[in-house]
Design a protein around this ligand. Structure first.
Ligand SMILES: Cc1cc2nc3c(=O)[nH]c(=O)nc-3n(C[C@H](O)[C@H](O)[C@H](O)COP(=O)(O)OP(=O)(O)OC[C@H]3O[C@@H](n4cnc5c(N)ncnc54)[C@H](O)[C@@H]3O)c2cc1C
Length: 462
């Protein structure tokens, strides 16, 4: 039997996950990507000064992110994911608060760690515990904004700043008053309350670029998939027969036309709308894709001549830098080639503009000063090199009402699927959402074929 052909456009994690799922189900997959590298928003670049492959930003997975774990399992790459058993929260006084499991069952497994937080009073901790339990049982409020719910929960400004804000800005990269209730609740429910291992951070021990190029790419090639880099889609060619639309080809930017049985568009939300054929982009909720907003994330990369902390990572409370990652330790480099490498992440970094002028050096200096306050030995370390990377459209914003703007993977055109973290997965803008969307889109194709070519029902136009 001849294999059915699928053309996947976009080799971010959504496109890669779809390619893996379809390849293992016997499809002939062609994955095309406009950039010279795989990975999209979660990728690596070579730093010209150190010559090292560095990630555009530290990417964090969590124990509750089972889709990403499945991708690793399927491709034999689980051994590259660490399972961090502790999180460190460092208050303004420099004290390290360790978050770790107690012997208590979920949802009380972290209660002892929360009870010991040095930067909240007993009264604040009690109110926090009550609010977390209420959140577990809460229904979606009418307004949709998490801040409105929080205001009814007798949380002090301190608790909002030092707990709710710290967790949610890191997880969702948005201001508290721009976060949808559903997504905020999901972070605490899935990440902290549901299971004993859900909160555990997982980090790749290798740069993202190596993860794709040395491992996922090889797995795909071994499963007969083809990958074309520097190959961009211009538009889909669509045929309309009695109001039944079919994609008949993909016109590429170089003028060539690629043909397949199924097409899967796995690009980011800001790129998708102009590429969707009218028969799909005129239909709700696909027509609303353009209403999704984006938020930036900035990472400050610092190389020192000696270690400034042995901690593998730390969450900083009430600082400009929100999360420090000891990349040398995570990458398990005993003799780091270009110095001891740390990365400081600032989610929702549009707020930086209010604090400093636009200079990268100024930002790196401010972050350095913060590290010196926390770990005084930073002052005696020599900064060998620094680099600031801002991804302006890092994630889509989970603003109140966002779920109504996220389309399903099956488009109104029977042989065209979409995937991407922004499509309807129920997850915020994460690797997990991207991978889940890829699996969902791939399974739609498999199911459509298994249904003997029966086409899905048409959606109504606006
Ligand atoms: C700085 C930063 C930090 C982040 N931190 C985390 C984190 O800690 N944890 C986490 O889970 N997530 C994090 N994320 C989010 C995560 O990276 C994304 O959710 C995920 O990578 C999105 O994958 P995707 O495949 O949906 O989209 P993308 O990665 O955007 O992939 C789309 C691909 O399509 C390609 N493309 C676009 N147009 C065309 C065309 N016309 N033809 C061919 N190809 C095209 C693009 O080049 C791109 O490679 C972070 C993102 C950023 C930017």
């Amino acid at each position: 039997m001849t294999k059915k052909r699928v053309l996947i456009i976009g080799a971010g994690l959504a496109g890669i996950a779809a390619a893996v799922e379809l390849s293992r189900h016997g499809y002939q997959v062609r994955l095309v990507e406009s950039r010279p590298r795989l990975g999209g928003r979660a990728s690596s670049i070579t730093d010209p000064t150190t010559g090292e492959l560095i990630d555009n930003c530290q990417h964090v997975n969590m124990g509750c992110c089972t889709g990403f774990q499945k991708l690793c399992r399927l491709t034999g790459t689980s051994q590259f994911l660490t399972n961090e058993k502790r999180l460190h929260f460092i208050g303004l006084d420099g004290r390290i608060n360790v978050l770790k499991n107690s012997l208590l069952p979920a949802p009380a497994h972290l209660a002892i760690s929360f009870a010991q937080l040095s930067y909240l009073t007993w009264q604040e901790k009690r109110a926090l515990a009550v609010a977390l339990l209420r959140l577990k049982r809460a229904n979606r409020p009418a307004s949709g904004a998490f801040i409105d719910w929080l205001k009814t929960q007798k949380q002090s400004c301190n608790t909002i700043d030092r707990f709710w804000n710290v967790v949610l800005v890191s997880a969702l990269s948005e201001d508290l008053d721009r976060i949808d209730f559903y997504h905020a609740r999901k972070v605490f429910l899935d990440g902290f309350l549901r299971g004993r291992n859900a909160w555990k951070v997982q980090l790749l021990k290798i740069p993202l670029g190596e993860f794709y190029d040395r491992h996922l790419q090889n797995w795909l090639k071994e499963h007969a998939a083809t990958i074309d880099l520097l190959t961009g889609l211009k538009e889909f060619l669509v045929q309309n027969e009695h109001d039944r639309f079919t994609v008949t080809g993909a016109q590429m930017r170089d003028g060539s036309i690629l043909k397949a049985d199924h097409y899967l568009l796995a690009v980011s939300h800001d790129r998708a709308r102009p590429l969707l054929p009218e028969a799909a982009s005129n239909v709700e909720p696909f027509s609303k894709t353009g209403d999704l907003e984006s938020a930036p994330i900035t990472s400050v990369h610092l190389w020192f001549d000696r270690p400034v902390t042995q901690l593998r990572h730390a969450v900083l409370i009430n600082r400009l830098g929100q999360w420090v990652f000891n990349r040398t330790a995570i990458l398990e480099q005993n003799s780091p080639p270009s110095g001891h490498y740390y990365q400081v992440v600032i989610s929702n970094s549009r707020a930086i503009k209010n604090k400093i002028s636009n200079s990268q050096e100024e930002l790196a200096t401010l972050i350095l000063q913060e590290l010196e306050q926390i770990w005084p030995r930073t002052s005696s370390a020599k900064l060998l090199h620094s680099r600031v990377i801002t991804e302006h459209r890092a994630v889509f914003s989970v603003t109140p009402g966002v779920e109504a703007l996220r389309p399903p993977q099956q488009t109104p055109i029977w042989n065209l699927q979409i995937a991407g973290d922004w499509t309807n997965t129920g997850w915020p803008s994460t690797m997990e959402s991207a991978v889940r969307s890829g699996f969902l889109a791939a399974n739609n194709i498999i199911n459509n074929d298994n249904n003997n070519g029966r086409k899905p029902a048409r959606l109504h136009k606006e």
